[in-house]
Design a protein around this ligand. Structure first.
Ligand code: HEC
Length: 108
């Protein structure tokens, strides 16, 4: 290999390591927003307007979930998502994505 090719290779490896670091440093709420847009935004707005489901503004700050009467703890919201609720279908997400999603919902 020519020295210039080796230099290029090193630069590429360096760049991808940098990208990996940036990925892991991403704010959980920001990553959770991406999950929300993919999985939830079809039916839920992030303000108080009703789409197919209720708007989720302040969803983790209310005294109880309107639809279940349970406090909006991460565990209760996760099981609501996994099991579905009324007209909301169950949405199978792994625990890592659920955690990111909860981090985002807390910012609403
Ligand atoms: C197909 C439409 C649909 C999708 C997709 C959907 N939901 Fe829902 N969601 C609903 C409906 C409808 C309700 C109201 C349930 C009822 O009528 O009992 C609801 C209720 C809820 C509630 C309860 C709110 C409260 O205050 O009681 C939460 C929290 C919630 N959804 C979160 C989510 C999250 C997070 C996602 C994405 C992972 C999601 N939903 C995806 C339709 C949907």
């Amino acid at each position: 290999m020519k020295p210039s090719a080796i230099a290029l290779l090193c630069a590429l490896i360096g760049a991808s390591a940098g990208a990996a670091r940036a990925e892991s440093a991403t704010d959980p709420a920001e990553a959770g927003q991406r999950v929300f847009v993919e999985q939830c935004s079809l039916c839920h707005a992030t303000n108080d307007s009703v789409l197919f489901g209720p708007g989720l503004q302040g969803v983790m700050k209310q005294k109880e979930l309107v639809t279940t009467g349970k406090p909006p703890t991460p565990a209760n919201v996760k099981s609501l998502i996994l099991q579905g609720q009324g007209r909301m279908p169950r949405i199978p997400l792994d625990d890592a994505r659920l955690d990111l999603l909860i981090a985002y919902l807390k910012t609403l």
